[in-house]
Design a protein around this ligand. Structure first.
Ligand SMILES: *Cc1c(COP(=O)(O)O)cnc(C)c1O
Length: 396
């Protein structure tokens, strides 16, 4: 007789994953997340990180981390509301507010837990959250933690959004529209100017999760809101410190009122230990670097355009991305995974992304170009794409 502690019910589910061919092991990286890495023991060009600016292993960030450790120690020692809130955390929030051109910023331990904490803190029963259908998983989870009602509009479809707003306006007290700033699987940018107009027309609040826009779009990476010149018209702008900024963490930028409230009711602030000083020190350095010069974001965009143009010229379908996220759409799920395996065998790592992460029949290789790549590395990757594309009859 099996015992509940044998976890047979989980073993059965794991077997199902294996039967469906979706069981996997975690890839193992030896060393830093650079443009060229040793992954699972093989040297490959890395086209899969979110390390857009090459900051994750940047000497200036590492030095700042070490200095912060020397001064503040390895850990914060408590949640911020008790005694984990150090001068370095305060300094970061002031700098972020300035960088983002907003009144205030409230820092969380990750982008994920920022959504888990902030959405439920600013909505309640009697409100409605209206979400783009392609929003990130952490927004979906964050909305689930709220007692507000939820509705979804078709991806980037303003008629669909307006329809939901019309139906909701009289039935609810507050309305919160939530969208990704940049959609992570296609690289398209949210239609923020139109969303803001609708929000103003229907007196709804706006919440933009700019995880893939932070450090990428706008002046020196100030984000999607800056890109569209919409400062002061978005109520809550979420950014991550884990992607382009190269470290870990998340934040909400917006009004002083937002910050005051999240200080009291953002549950990860109250119940999870503050970010470690090493991370905060490195993040501050990264933001300073972006405020000093646009050279990092300039290089990112130059590399992205170069890579996209070369793949397009070969005849690959790179979708409708408007950002450095470069999908190469293959379609069939098995073919996509096979393409990814062959790229790896030839020295290029791009993870295949298939259903259910993206719709059926739109399997893709999601290439992430960074400022850390050299043109030589990108050209070498393109040559491998060409070779594998021809071998698999995807290119003529
Ligand atoms: C990656 C991502 C997050 C999570 O950010 P982390 O800092 O890695 O936890 C949240 N929202 C969106 C839209 C993302 O792409």
């Amino acid at each position: 007789m099996s015992n509940i502690h044998d976890l047979v019910f989980l073993k059965e589910k794991i077997q199902e994953l294996k039967d469906q061919g979706v069981y996997r092991k975690l890839p193992v990286l030896e060393g830093a997340n650079d443009a060229e890495v040793i992954l699972n023991g093989k040297q490959v060009i890395n086209l899969s990180s979110n390390n857009y600016l090459g900051f994750a292993n940047h000497p200036r960030l590492k030095k700042a981390s070490i200095e912060a450790i020397e001064k503040y120690g390895a850990g914060a020692g408590a949640v911020r509301t008790i005694i984990g809130n150090m001068t370095i955390h305060e300094e970061l929030e002031e700098l972020l507010a300035k960088f983002k051109r907003e009144e205030a910023a409230m820092v969380f331990q990750s982008g994920f837990n920022c959504n888990a904490g902030a959405i439920q803190a600013i909505t309640e029963k009697g409100d409605i959250i209206i979400s783009d259908e392609l929003n990130h998983a952490s927004i979906i989870d964050g909305a689930r933690l709220s007692r507000a009602d939820k509705a979804v509009y078709k991806h980037a479809d303003m008629d669909s959004l307006e329809q939901v707003l019309k139906e909701s306006r009289d039935k609810y007290r507050n309305i919160l529209i939530i969208t990704d700033g940049v959609f992570s699987m296609d690289g398209d940018i949210a239609k923020l100017p139109e969303i803001v107009e609708l929000a103003e027309k229907y007196e709804a609040m706006t919440y933009v999760d700019d995880a893939h826009g932070s450090g990428v779009l706008g002046e020196s990476g100030r984000g999607t809101v800056d890109h569209f010149g919409l400062h002061g018209r978005i109520d809550f702008t979420i950014g991550t410190l884990s992607k382009a900024i190269g470290v870990v963490g998340g934040y909400v930028a917006g009004s002083k009122t937002m910050q005051e409230w999240l200080n009291h009711r953002g549950r990860p602030i109250l119940f999870s230990t503050a970010l470690p000083p090493a991370s905060v020190g490195a993040i501050i350095e990264a933001i300073r670097m972006l405020m000093e010069t646009t050279e990092y974001t300039d290089r990112l965009w130059k590399n992205a355009k170069h890579f996209k143009q070369k793949l397009g010229a070969l005849g690959f379908n790179t979708g409708h991305s408007e950002t450095p996220i470069t999908p190469v759409i293959i379609g069939d799920e098995a073919k996509t995974m096979e393409f990814s395996r062959r790229l790896f065998d030839n020295g290029v790592f791009v993870s295949g992304i298939v259903f259910p992460t993206v719709p059926k029949g739109t399997g893709r290789l999601r290439c992430m170009v960074t400022a850390g790549h050299t043109e030589e590395q990108l050209d070498r990757a393109v040559a491998v794409f060409e070779k594998v594309g021809k071998e698999m009859n995807i290119l003529k």
